[in-house]
Design a protein around this ligand. Structure first.
Ligand code: SF4
Length: 302
């Protein structure tokens, strides 16, 4: 089935009335992923934006059309691994999936995610990365980029924004025996669908899919610009698309194309309120970090 057939013909398993902010691509990613995963899926959704917008459901006619479990912020991977083990005896074709934000993944939930990868639990773990704790007041997370103005790392007389650099959890999981790792972006739908499809085929370990998810509210951009920023993240190599499949790294076609003549990172950050205080020197630091990681990825894929 082609990508368009998958998207046109498969049922939308998310009810129409979620309360996400206008232009939120996390909701779009959830809908797209579930069109590929299909109805034989159990969703674990920890506290975060996607739980908060009503995915667990209010009453019987809202939220997901599949079963939903709501873990704590830090135990999504271990809880869904247990659900998967129970389903393995009932119906091994049921996908047990986590859809968690970066806070619940790269900070609070990293220990249980790492342990599930080590044990080879056959769950599919999505992280929608909006680069902060966005539904609780825009606090910094482990994937917040360097220099970003957040409520807990504000720009002001004594601070230039976030001190650290973005934590690279996809590479961490790839070097830690996850069976399949991929980076996805809602601006590149065909690549997105292919990677979710591949995750459904893997039966011998953990699949980790990391989604770039611009947050219009937290990043200070217009709702109709979220896909534009998602595309700029890929085309500047700020967020390169790649796969790690059972030991082999492959750079995905959109990033291979972008790598020939990448857009400067300054184009990705332009217009974002969280970066508007950055100096030329600070922007160059971000650019250097992006270039360093891209070079590393090329070495791993060569
Ligand atoms: S705060 Fe950001 S990530 Fe959360 S629902 Fe709103 S736009 Fe989406």
């Amino acid at each position: 089935m082609s990508t368009m057939d998958t998207l046109m013909n498969n049922e939308d398993l998310v009810s129409p009335g979620l309360s996400a902010c206008q232009g939120c691509p996390a909701e779009l990613s959830l809908r797209t992923a579930f069109k590929v995963l299909g109805p034989k899926t159990v969703l674990g959704v920890p506290p975060g934006c996607i739980a908060g917008v009503g995915v667990p459901g209010w009453g019987l006619k809202t939220g997901m059309k599949t079963p939903v479990v709501m873990p704590l912020l830090g135990n999504s991977a271990s809880l869904m691994a247990g659900v998967k083990q129970a389903y393995a005896k009932i119906d091994p074709e049921v996908h047990c999936v986590v859809f968690a934000g970066d806070g619940a993944t790269v900070d609070s939930g990293l220990q249980t995610l790492s342990a599930a990868a080590e044990r080879g639990e056959n769950i599919i773990y999505f992280c929608y990365d909006n680069e902060g704790y966005m539904n609780t007041g825009f606090q910094k997370s482990g994937t917040t980029p360097h220099g970003a103005h957040m409520s807990t790392s504000p720009f002001g007389p004594y601070s230039r924004g976030n001190v650290g650099f973005k934590k690279d959890v996809p590479l961490m999981l790839a070097t830690q025996d996850a069976a399949y790792v991929a980076t996805l972006c809602p601006s590149h739908v065909q690549d997105f669908v292919n990677k979710v499809q591949r995750a459904t085929e893997v039966k011998d370990g953990l699949c980790y899919l990391h989604i770039m998810s611009p947050c219009p509210t937290g990043w200070g951009v217009k709702p109709d610009q979220s896909i534009q920023y998602a595309r700029a993240a890929v085309e500047s190599l700020y967020f390169p698309l790649f796969e790690y499949d059972h030991g082999t790294f492959t750079i995905s076609r959109p990033s291979l194309r972008a790598g020939k003549k990448p857009r400067p990172v300054s184009e990705f950050i332009a217009g974002q309120r969280r970066f508007r205080h950055l100096t030329e020197e600070e922007i160059q630091q971000l650019q250097d970090d992006v270039t360093r990681k891209w070079n590393l990825l090329n070495k791993l894929a060569s």
